[in-house]
Design a protein around this ligand. Structure first.
Ligand code: DAH
Length: 330
């Protein structure tokens, strides 16, 4: 059993040598070749297997296989250890208290979040959500709202015309008309949606923005109902310590009309967030509601304005640039 003795002596010399395995990768490589190479120590032991007695060969073959496996894993472990400065290897363990990988999660766009907040507030006090067309005829966007052709009130909104009689809606108020044409009173709706204005783009105006329209029609509706509803909205949206005021204003489709401002501490000024008023009897007549029986209030608010105030954003264009550095803050 010469081969058996040779196996043991190779094992011994390997174990002595591996203790002093150099860190230099080139020297490690020649160490590897010396033992595990095609003409290395182990290969030559395998070569000698053919000289052993046939009856001893299975046992010797097994011993050789074990030797090769043991030595190779010892070599790999030692070589791996020296590579990582002795920091891994048999002392390696998993630290389950380490923070996990940070996988970036998306978040809602600030406009979407603001729209959702506004909807939630009005739905909690009994309003339903309705939608209407963004491309509409002149009649629904203007005339039915008491804004005749060539009337100076048209100058309040710079309009994108699709053709002589078709516009990109300049406000969500067009949906007031659609709703009243389609439904019998009483009505209690809010209408979120995109609107378009042909305005010079700057930090405070954009060609596209969002509004939420409100329309409440019933038999005994008066200005205090409008005031109470909007006060509740402002308190829920901005917190109960925010200062707000109603300021008389003019809209062709409401009489009387008002605007609501809220006080911005950071800017030290009042900022307008919405227009509102009691539905003008002319508008009721246009949709076939009897203004002697039905009364209503309406309002329209700018969603970008509200989001800018809520989050302290000072440039409306940021909402539309898709810049991750901005969006990641929400
Ligand atoms: N449509 C108006 C605008 O875009 C806002 C508005 C004012 C809507 C008064 C209303 C309202 O419903 O009653 O400037």
């Amino acid at each position: 059993m010469d081969l058996k003795r040779s196996i043991e002596s190779v094992r011994k010399s390997f174990l002595a040598d591996i203790e002093n395995l150099p860190a230099d990768p080139q020297k490690q490589e020649s160490f590897r070749v010396r033992y595990f190479g095609r003409k290395g120590e182990i290969a030559s032991l395998f070569h000698n297997l053919k000289d052993a007695k046939p009856s001893d060969r299975p046992q010797l073959g097994q011993l050789l296989n074990d030797l090769r496996e043991d030595l190779f894993s010892a070599f790999e472990e030692k070589a791996g250890k020296s590579k990582s400065d002795g920091k891994s290897g048999e002392n390696e363990h998993v630290d389950v208290s380490l923070p996990g990988l940070h996988l970036p999660a998306g978040s809602l766009h600030p406009l979407h979040q603001t729209l959702k907040d506004i909807k939630d507030i009005f739905m909690s006090i009994g309003f339903s959500v309705a939608y209407g067309p963004e491309i509409d005829d002149d009649y629904h966007n203007f005339q039915a709202l008491n804004i005749p052709k060539h009337h100076p009130a048209r100058d309040m909104q710079d309009t994108f015309f699709v053709d002589d009689n078709t516009v990109l809606r300049t406000h969500t108020s067009n949906v007031q008309i659609h709703l009243m044409e389609d439904e019998e009173p009483p009505l209690r709706f809010i209408v979120p949606g995109r609107v378009y204005r042909n305005e010079a783009i700057s930090f405070k105006s954009y060609c596209l923005f969002h509004q939420v329209e409100g329309l409440f029609v019933d038999k005994n509706v008066s200005f205090p109902d409008l005031k109470g509803t909007l006060e509740l909205f402002v308190n829920r949206c901005f917190g109960s310590d925010v200062k707000m005021r109603f300021r008389p204003s003019f809209f062709p489709f409401t009489e009387p009309s008002a605007e609501v401002d809220i006080w911005s501490e950071s800017r030290g000024e009042w900022l307008e967030i919405l227009g509102c008023g009691m539905v003008d009897p002319e508008v009721f007549k246009n949709v076939g509601y009897d203004p002697k029986i039905w009364h209503g209030f309406a309002f329209g608010m700018g969603v970008e304005r509200i989001a800018m105030l809520k989050y302290g954003i000072d440039d409306i264009r940021l909402f539309y640039q898709g810049d991750a550095r901005f969006l990641e803050q929400f």
